[in-house]
Design a protein around this ligand. Structure first.
Ligand code: AMP
Length: 249
């Protein structure tokens, strides 16, 4: 089984993002970037499947600027066998990424694509679903467990108020949720080994994909500043405040 894992380069989750003064987007100058956390989980799952003999090859793919090569090297250090960068300096929205991934799936013919459930920068949660639709393949989103049967993958999904289990015929598309696994740390020897693994660079024109944006961002703004708390002198005042002032938000 061949697995394709799409990886997005995003602002590191520990960083507090700053909005540009003109409200046109997020300031990325000198900001620490990292692999999208859900994509790290997707990659860990693919690598575990290779380690336990279910997968034969794991291919990491990223669409974005040349800087995404660094993110792909991390994916290779986590255990991917090879990587593909679709290089573009344009802003790539989920539909454009899904079309690029479809072009790569047509070429690579993976049995399984494991994406993250969402990218933590734009929180779109669209790419996996769009890819499944474009390919007309079954999808299992928000996966917290994967089991394999002859030509099928059984996906346990995290849904509101419980778990849902679906059985998908392979080839299929899965998106990884937080509880699917706990990704390993990248080790120095594996970082060194990753430098020698193949990383192919392509561009949208080669894949015959029009990546022009379909949505226009009108404004990005900081969340409202939280009002300061107050200290109450005693329990009676606290209870009175809870009764008369507290609101359910
Ligand atoms: P989104 O729909 O933007 O929330 O992204 C969902 C998932 O799609 C991510 O977790 C990645 O697995 C994949 N993805 C999104 N954007 C890219 C990208 N530029 N390159 C590679 N994979 C991506």
């Amino acid at each position: 089984m061949k697995i394709l894992v799409p990886i997005k380069r995003v602002v590191d989750f520990n960083i507090k993002v700053r909005v540009k003064p003109d409200g046109s987007g997020v300031d990325l100058d000198n900001v620490k970037m990292a692999i999208n956390p859900f994509d790290e989980i997707a990659m860990e799952e693919a690598v575990r499947l290779k380690e336990n003999g279910k997968a034969t090859e794991v291919v990491a793919v990223s669409c974005g600027s040349a800087l995404s090569q660094e993110t792909l090297r991390t994916a290779l250090a986590l255990g991917a066998d090879r990587a593909i960068l679709v290089e573009s300096s344009e802003e790539l929205q989920p539909l454009a990424v899904a079309k690029l991934l479809k072009a790569l799936v047509d070429k690579e013919q993976p049995d399984l694509v494991i994406l993250g459930k969402q990218a933590i920068d734009d929180d779109c949660n669209q790419t996996g679903q769009m890819l499944a639709a474009l390919l007309d393949r079954p999808q299992g989103t928000y996966a917290s467990k994967l089991d394999f049967e002859e030509q099928h993958v059984v996906v346990t999904r995290e849904v509101d108020g419980g778990l849902e289990t679906v059985r998908l015929a392979l080839p299929a598309i899965v998106t990884a949720d937080l509880r699917l696994n706990e990704p390993r740390y990248v080790t120095l020897p594996n970082i060194m080994k990753a430098k020698k693994k193949p990383l192919e660079v392509k561009n949208p024109a080669e894949l015959q994909v029009d990546v022009s944006p379909r949505l226009q961002t009108l404004k990005v703004s900081e969340p409202p500043v939280r009002a300061a708390g107050v200290k109450v002198p005693d329990v009676a005042t606290l209870v009175a405040k809870l009764k008369h002032e507290a609101k359910v938000i």
